[in-house]
Design a binder for this molecule. Structure first.
Ligand code: PMP
Length: 396
């Protein structure tokens, strides 16, 4: 078989691979606890489900406009004003089949062969791979736990070259949970002000899952706003991963470019989902807030359980629903049969010995760590962490 060279440039998402391996083990009859998945274990709020059912009954079954229904693009603007005090018009908005597609559209619209894309690590798995798919060059800045896994203005400045086209980051961050403050974003904006060729992709999909207070967007700095592309979606904050809805907010030229790409690949996002999204974005956030409260409770328990693992260190996340502990003290150790040398091998060791799924830090650009999601019930989290503790104790 002769497949394209493009396939050689990138790998499949490690997060999805781990979930698949967990399912396979479960199918063999093992009691597998899933702490790998990047999705809320909550149901979609009732009033949004009703909106989806009404949309089916009202026959929203035809092709939707590629950029999204005008009412939905308007609803996104209403949300951006309500939550972020940002002024956008519908021409600034493009709706897609998940934030992942929004990101892919954007990279394809901006990046040419050899363009450099600065990505602070740890980063969400797909950033580097989508850039490579588009023949761009990911330029990683390794951030440290001591800095809260946040990149500084000076580090970004030092990484910018005449070939830099894009800076991409998430706040709250998947996998570290780092949340950038207004001052930290202001310092980054100051750097971008000096480099007008650089676009900024601000992935805000975990906006609502924030334990540190107010969400801040780098788009608030007016003089760089034209070069900021906000990525957001319904997957995390509204527990709607399967509905598949993401959007961008950015300059009309960028929106049009992304629309052109999407028009040849998927067309408009699912019509029923779009109608439900209008309700999600413009109505009561109480169910989302209740969900976040529960995540915060679990985070506290998770931090306590992590503290019981000898040698493991972890900064407390301010957002998202993951912990990203440094587990490198176990590298080079063995249970008598298996020697664990890196984060990949530690995740497999945990899966095989504790029957718990986690994700290798290598996939996020930080091999010292693994990602553990608290998107499971408290009893499952407690049982999963107990099993991890027992499995790690065997490594000498
Ligand atoms: N950005 C980040 C940081 C994510 O963690 C995810 C999902 N794991 C996405 C984007 C994509 O979300 P979706 O395609 O479900 O909207």
């Amino acid at each position: 078989m002769s497949l394209s060279s493009r396939l050689q440039r990138f790998s499949e998402p490690e997060t999805l691979r781990m979930a698949k391996m967990g399912r396979e083990l479960r199918a063999k009859g093992f009691d597998v606890i899933d702490l790998s998945l990047g999705e809320p274990d909550f149901d979609t709020p009732e009033h949004i489900k009703v909106a989806a059912k009404v949309a089916v009954d009202e026959n929203w079954s035809h092709y939707a406009p590629v950029a999204g229904y005008p009412e939905l693009r308007e609803a996104v603007c209403t949300k951006l004003k309500r939550d972020n005090n940002l002024d956008y018009k519908p021409e600034n908005i493009l709706v897609s089949t998940g934030a992942k597609q929004s990101i892919a559209n954007l990279i394809m619209a901006l990046i040419d062969n050899g363009d450099e894309v600065i990505i602070p690590t740890p980063y969400w798995v797909s950033y580097s791979e989508i850039v490579k798919m588009s023949e761009g060059v990911p330029v990683m800045i390794r951030t440290k736990a001591e800095a809260g896994y946040k990149v500084s203005a000076a580090e970004v400045e030092a990484a910018i070259t005449p070939n830099t086209k894009l800076f991409m980051f998430s706040s709250p961050c998947n996998p570290t949970g780092a949340v950038y403050s207004r001052d930290e974003l202001a310092a980054l904006a100051e750097v971008f002000r000096k480099h007008p060729q650089v676009y900024i992709m601000s992935d805000e999909i975990y906006e609502y899952i924030n334990y540190s207070g107010k969400h801040e967007s780098i788009a608030q700095f007016e003089d760089i706003k034209d070069r900021v592309i906000i990525i957001n979606g319904l997957s995390k904050g509204f527990a709607m991963t399967g509905y598949r809805l993401g959007y961008i907010a950015g300059a009309p030229e960028i929106v049009k470019a992304c629309e052109k790409i999407q028009g040849q690949i998927t067309s408009g996002a699912n019509a029923v989902t779009q109608r439900a999204a209008i309700t999600a974005l413009t109505t009561d956030l109480a169910p989302s807030k209740a969900m976040v409260k529960e995540f915060e409770q679990r985070k506290k328990v998770m931090m306590k359980l992590l503290a019981e693992l000898p040698g493991v260190t972890c900064i407390e996340p301010d957002g998202a629903f993951y912990v990203f502990p440094d587990v490198s003290c176990y590298f080079g150790k063995s249970d008598g049969t298996t020697t664990v040398n890196n984060s990949d091998e530690l995740c497999f060791y945990i899966l095989e010995n504790a029957h718990v799924t986690t994700v290798t830090g290598k996939a996020f650009g930080e091999d010292k760590c693994i990602r553990i999601a608290y998107t499971n019930s408290l009893p499952k989290i407690e049982e999963g962490m107990k099993r991890i503790k027992e499995a790690l104790a065997k490594l000498k």
